[in-house]
Structure formats: structure tokens, C-alpha cells
Write a protein that binds this ligand. Sequence first.
Ligand SMILES: *[C@@H]1O[C@H](CO)[C@@H](O)[C@H](O)[C@H]1NC(C)=O
Ligand SMILES: *[C@@H]1O[C@H](CO)[C@@H](O)[C@H](O)[C@H]1NC(C)=O
Ligand SMILES: *[C@@H]1O[C@H](CO)[C@@H](O)[C@H](O)[C@H]1NC(C)=O
Ligand SMILES: *[C@@H]1O[C@H](CO)[C@@H](O)[C@H](O)[C@H]1NC(C)=O
Length: 409
Amino acid sequence: MSKIDLFLILLSFSINLSLAIDDECYMTVPEIGKHFGYESEVHLVRTTDEYILELHRIPCKQNEKCDRSSKRPIVFMQHGLLADGFSWIPNLANQSAGFVFADAGFDIWIANSRGTPASQKHIGYGPENQKFWNFTWQQMSEFDLTASVDLVLKETKQEFLYYLGHSQGTMIMFSRLAENPEFAKKIRHFHALAPVATVSHIGGLFGLFGTKFLTYAEILLGRLPYSPLSIPRTVQKMISYMCSRFFMQNICTLDIGFIDGNEKMFNQSRVGVYLCHTPAATSVKDLQHWIQLVKSQTVSKFDYGTDGNIIEYGQPTPPEYDLTQINTPTYLYWSRDDILADTQDIRDSILSKMNKTIAGSLELPHYSHMDFVFGTHAAFDLYPKIIETIQDDYNKYRITRMHKLKKHL
Ligand SMILES: *[C@@H]1O[C@H](CO)[C@@H](O)[C@H](O)[C@H]1NC(C)=O
Ligand SMILES: *[C@@H]1O[C@H](CO)[C@@H](O)[C@H](O)[C@H]1NC(C)=O
Ligand SMILES: *[C@@H]1O[C@H](CO)[C@@H](O)[C@H](O)[C@H]1NC(C)=O
Ligand SMILES: *[C@@H]1O[C@H](CO)[C@@H](O)[C@H](O)[C@H]1NC(C)=O
């Protein structure tokens, strides 16, 4: 075969590749927003430890231009582990949380944690430096969340926002609320989808292989230098191509389904698009932290070992987060079929410790872990309930504020 032939074959393959996958495969969150007819903005956040993150905003309804300065309730959306902002806009406009909430009249802000494709910048060094990947959800909570929320409130001149978190996105909020009552004032409601605040009874990948596997995995990960946990972009595109092309969707959903159990509600013909964006990169250390939690059955900061903990925290064991300190009205959305956010964990850790502040708890039928964001059903049985709750609350807030203003006059 001549070089030209090989060149032509490769060329036709790559043309094929770009044609076969849905356009959204190649798009960023703001581009997907525009693709579906939504105004989209990118805002840069600088954290106090100098990471640069992208926040994606969908300020208006579909095919509308709106007045940015008019005060509307803000919904801040925080994705989970190995995911990014795409989690909130994976399906058609009437099925994806980001779009459905925008159409309900909310000002949508979508976070991208450090390490995800949109947030791989740092003032001092790039992602090729080991230091860049020296983080877990603990830093996403301490630095990314706080800086992002502050930027949103400054930009919109508002005092609070409504928070919607999925999976690790709930841990990021649980830990922050437990530690920082000042920060908690900025969060009007916490809506927790597939909440995780301990992972003792986890039944997915980890549960499947048992503690022995976990111990090996922990040792293995511990040997790796600080590095990203990601699939190279080209490989990810190839997987996506094969999964959308060769009718292997059922096998391909295993990629997401593996750590996940089952998924019955995905749009099978969009699996290629999901797989272009998921798994998104995070740090190896983040996964290490999760394994530590499964093994210790606690919600603690990263464990550096006795000596390391004394240096880092001034005590031999990593500090635990105290969920009983949380006072923010919290709504839980969970399912018996979600093997990552285990029902017993939710009962033992979240419901019992936070019972004074749990404002609502809704069990969803047959939801797997990713269905809360990727499932096309969520727009029927989940999002409308959250929207109603927030709208009711915001109306109450407006009425109370009006009464207060009148008294002053
Ligand atoms: C990673 O962070 C820990 C805790 O702050 C620190 O002790 C360690 O030196 C850092 N390692 C690198 C390679 O930056
Ligand atoms: C599934 O996704 C495809 C491709 O994006 C779309 O054309 C179709 O309408 C979707 N199906 C459902 C039931 O939402
Ligand atoms: C909350 O849980 C604690 C401990 O489980 C229990 O003692 C207390 O009565 C509960 N409070 C409410 C309001 O249910
Ligand atoms: C969204 O639109 C599709 C196609 O028009 C329709 O099949 C589906 O039922 C709609 N979903 C919702 C939640 O309204």
C-alpha cells in the first residue's frame, strides 16, 4: 500500500468520523447551548489557589433575548465525578436540566470543577505539571465552589442562589455547608440529586470487587504521580464513533453503566454524544479520596497518613465533616436502584444527621445514578418538582421583601 493510499484511507476515516457523530460531540457547553437556541456566556473564575475555571451561563429562555439586569432566581448546577458541565445539557432542549430550568425562567449557571476540560488552567503552571493534579473534591469544595458562587452573586448583584448538585456535586456542598456558616448564607436551597455523603454501602464498581480490590487499587493509585485520570481525546472520539456507528449502544452504556449499575432511561441514539463528554478528566487523587471514604466509612478530608496528617491538619487522622452543622434547607432526590448513592447511606448519614434541615425527600422509581442527569424521564418526574419548589420559595421571598420595603416607607 502506498503512502498516498494510506493517507486517503485515513482521510476518509477521519471525514467519516466527523460526520458520523452528532455535532454536539465536538461542542463545548456554550456551543451546545447556542446550537439549541439559548444565549450562552462564558465567565472566568480565579480561585484563591489560582486555578482558572470556566462558568457557563444560560441566562434566557430558548430563542429569547432577556434583560440580564432583571433579577431572576439563580440556579447553580454542579456536576459529579468524572463529569463536567455537559451533565446538565446532554439531551434535547425539553429534556436537559440546564435548558428546562432556563425555560422555566431561571438564570442558569453551570460549574466546571478544576481538571475538567473547560477548567484546566492555573496562573502558575499548566496541566502538564504534577502540581496541577494535586486536588480532590475537598479543594473543589473549598476553592472552586466558593469562588464560583461569589462570582455569580457579584455578577448578578444577588444575595443568594439555589444549588443543584449531582453525586460528587452534593459532596462538594455537604462539606462546605458543614464547615462554613458564612458561606451557607449564600445558599437558599440545596437540591441534592443522587446524594452521597458517605459511601459505605456503595454497590457499584467498588462493591462488586470488594475491599481487597479497593486495597490494591489504593496502593496502585498511591504509586502514580499526581496525574490526570482521563481518556485521550482521540481515543474518546473513537469510542464514541464506534458506539454510535456499530449499534453497540447496549455494550457502550456499560462504560457509564459499569460504575453505575443499570441505565434504562438514556436516549440510546445519543450514547455517542454522552461518551464524547463522559468520562471527563479529574485527578487520580480524587479517586483515591473516594476509595478512602469507602474504606473508612466516614466523610473526611484526604488522608495523608499519620505523619502527613499532622503536617497538613495538625492531628493524626483527617478531620471529619460534621453534617449536623448544616442548617440550609436541603432536598434529597434518590432511588433504590441507584447503587452508588445507597439508600442505607442516605438514611444513616444524611437523613439522621440532618433531620432538622431536610426540607424534602423524594424517592424516584428505577433511577440509576446517571439517570438524574442523562435520563430523559427526569424532565417528567423530577425537574418539574424542583422547579415548583424553587418558584414557590422565590415568590414567598419576594412577598416578604415587599412587605419589609413598605414598612420602611
Ligand atoms: C500536594 O498537596 C499536599 C497538601 O497540601 C502537599 O503536602 C504536597 O506537597 C503537594 N504535592 C505536590 C506535588 O504539589
Ligand atoms: C434521541 O436523540 C436523537 C438524536 O439526537 C433525537 O433525534 C431523538 O429525538 C431523541 N429521542 C428521544 C426519545 O428523545
Ligand atoms: C433527628 O435525629 C436524632 C438522632 O437520630 C433524633 O434524636 C431526633 O429526635 C431527630 N429529630 C427529628 C426532628 O426528627
Ligand atoms: C420532548 O420532545 C420530544 C420530541 O418532540 C418528545 O417525544 C418528548 O416527550 C418531550 N419530552 C418532554 C419532557 O416533554
